[in-house]
Design a protein around this ligand. Structure first.
Ligand SMILES: C[S@@+](CC[C@H](N)C(=O)[O-])C[C@H]1O[C@@H](n2cnc3c(N)ncnc32)[C@H](O)[C@@H]1O
Length: 168
């Protein structure tokens, strides 16, 4: 892991995905592919998304590595599925599009108003969006729920969904 980058992010990014979100998204996730849950805490006892996806029957790899220094081949994965650190969303999206592998990311919906995301969507019909049924209250490191002040959506790439916009 790139410790410098990780240290910078830690206070802002240690919010974890509640199980209901994965339940909701599981029907869109391919069962026959190896999933890379790329963004995780060092504390695997509080960061349980990979474990929960395995419970749902998916084949998940989740090593503690720096995403920016790791490739799909390094971890033996076919598709990346995660809730990433939101403060790095642009860098993460741009790198993933460059790597050109399928991915699914939970992101704040403010992204729809950013120039870079609009440009990406215009150029790339492989980007499709899933709208969750309600606001996501992410889980804090101590296990408590944080009341979200913003909405999230799910950006997929090369998932071959039926529409560019899907309401979950
Ligand atoms: C918003 S949390 C989500 C954790 C988990 N994916 C989930 O859905 O519950 C994002 C995680 O990414 C980690 N992270 C930050 N920068 C990273 C990087 N460069 N590579 C890998 N993980 C990183 C943070 O430490 C944090 O645990």
């Amino acid at each position: 892991m790139n410790n410098q980058l990780h240290k910078l992010d830690t206070n802002k990014t240690e919010y974890y995905t509640p199980d209901w979100v994965w339940d909701c998204l599981s029907k869109f996730i391919p069962k026959d592919m190896v999933i890379w849950e790329a963004f995780r805490s060092e504390d695997i006892n509080s960061c349980k998304s990979a474990e929960y996806l395995r419970e749902l029957g998916f084949n998940v790899v989740n090593p503690l590595v720096d995403f920016f220094k790791t490739t799909f081949d390094d971890v033996g994965a076919d598709v990346l599925i995660s809730n990433p650190p939101f403060n790095l969303k642009k860098e993460i999206l741009l790198r993933l599009i460059e790597l050109d592998k399928p991915f699914l990311l939970i992101l704040p919906n403010i992204i729809l108003n950013t120039k870079y995301f609009i440009e990406l969507c215009k150029k790339n019909i492989n980007i499709q969006i899933i709208i969750l049924p309600k606001r996501v209250d992410f889980i804090k490191q101590n296990g408590g729920e944080s009341k979200s002040t913003f909405h999230t959506l799910v950006v997929t790439y090369k998932f071959n969904l039926n529409n560019r916009l899907i309401f979950c």
